[in-house]
Design a protein around this ligand. Structure first.
Ligand SMILES: C[S@@+](CC[C@H](N)C(=O)[O-])C[C@H]1O[C@@H](n2cnc3c(N)ncnc32)[C@H](O)[C@@H]1O
Length: 323
């Protein structure tokens, strides 16, 4: 991938639906059900084909559990698959263990309560309602409705009240919610291998690649972190953890794919984006470079990355371990 045009829109770097910040790190732990559903649906098909007898599925950056539970609804025979929803944020894991999910009719996953007419959304809405039931508003907060981003977006919480859902009793028997950092992935689960590893929309946190530092006036991005080194170490660990033919799944957000050049990147490998603050992007994609190195992974499917190449650039988000 070579960067030559970037069309920035704020929606491409913000997360919707479950809006939360981890107070300890200041990082976003936001997510939503069926986030980038096309990728989730493709990934589940591949897992079913490659591992018909079952496998371990590690959903790192699993936040409050909505991603792992969405994945679980997509399996035909889910009892064969052990799904681990893992996140380094205690706050996210506390919410995951409470197991009550708020859906706002105007949120990205609002089709779950609205019964959207698009075919695929109708399908997702149907499988969601097969596996979840509506419940009363709990006594503790489930979504951060006082968060200014949330209230601006949804305007009037009384006019558009959110609704609350819990998984049906037997539905999440094969899903565990555990506080874990992906840095410790090799030892996780007694060193057992996994057929699929998800780490979506979190590499930017691991590498300090928060694009609001570029686009938002005043913020200064961190140029000290050696992104290539962190990414290479991550990819090596994921390679070691995967079974042969296992897959690694990436996120679709702009800041996972457009990297601020840190001080280790030679000038000729950068594109200038902000003259006054001397901020540059890397010309190449460090995650794709690391995955392609030594022919260990092959890309399986490409998906559109909003905001890159004037909204036309597709990148591989599902990678398979092939040797
Ligand atoms: C923006 S959310 C993305 C959630 C979800 N994967 C999605 O795409 O909707 C990023 C999540 O990654 C988690 N995270 C960041 N670094 C992590 C790490 N090193 N190990 C495990 N989780 C991490 C954060 O705590 C946060 O919950």
């Amino acid at each position: 991938m070579k960067i030559n045009s970037v069309k920035h829109t704020y929606s491409s770097i913000n997360f919707k639906s479950y809006n939360m910040i981890d107070n300890n790190t200041g990082n976003s732990i936001s997510t939503n059900f069926y986030h980038d559903s096309e990728v989730l649906q493709k990934a589940v098909k591949i897992i079913e084909n490659e591992f018909p007898k079952g496998t371990n599925i590690l959903v790192y950056a699993g936040s409050n559990g909505e991603e792992a539970l969405s994945i679980n609804t997509l399996f035909d025979k889910r009892f064969k698959y052990n799904i681990y929803s893992l996140d380094k944020s205690s706050k996210a894991i506390d919410f995951a263990r409470k197991g009550i999910y708020a859906i706002h009719p105007l949120a990205e996953d609002g089709f779950l309560v609205n019964h959207n007419s698009e075919n695929n959304k109708q399908f997702l809405s149907k499988i969601f309602h097969t596996n979840f039931i509506e419940t009363d508003k709990p006594s503790f907060p489930v979504n951060n409705v006082s968060d200014p981003i949330y209230t601006i977006r949804f305007d009037n919480i009384d006019l558009y009240p959110q609704r609350y859902f819990i998984p049906k009793e037997s539905f999440k028997e094969n899903v565990s919610f555990i506080k874990e950092d992906i840095k410790d992935i090799e030892a996780f689960n007694n060193h057992q291998k996994a057929g699929a590893i998800f780490f979506r929309n979190a590499i930017y946190q691991l590498t300090d690649n928060n694009l609001s530092g570029v686009f938002k006036h005043g913020d200064r991005p961190n140029l000290e972190t050696n992104k290539r080194k962190i990414i290479q170490e991550l990819v090596d660990k994921i390679y070691n953890k995967l079974e042969m033919n296992g897959i690694f799944i990436l996120g679709n957000h702009l800041q996972e794919h457009l990297y601020i050049a840190d001080r280790t990147i030679p000038l000729e490998d950068t594109v200038l984006v902000d003259d006054a603050r001397n901020i540059r992007f890397m010309k190449t994609h460090p995650v794709i470079e690391a995955l392609k190195k030594n022919g260990r992974f092959k890309p399986l499917f490409e998906f559109l990355i909003p905001g890159l190449g004037n909204n036309t650039l597709k990148l591989p988000l599902i990678w398979q371990k092939i040797k």
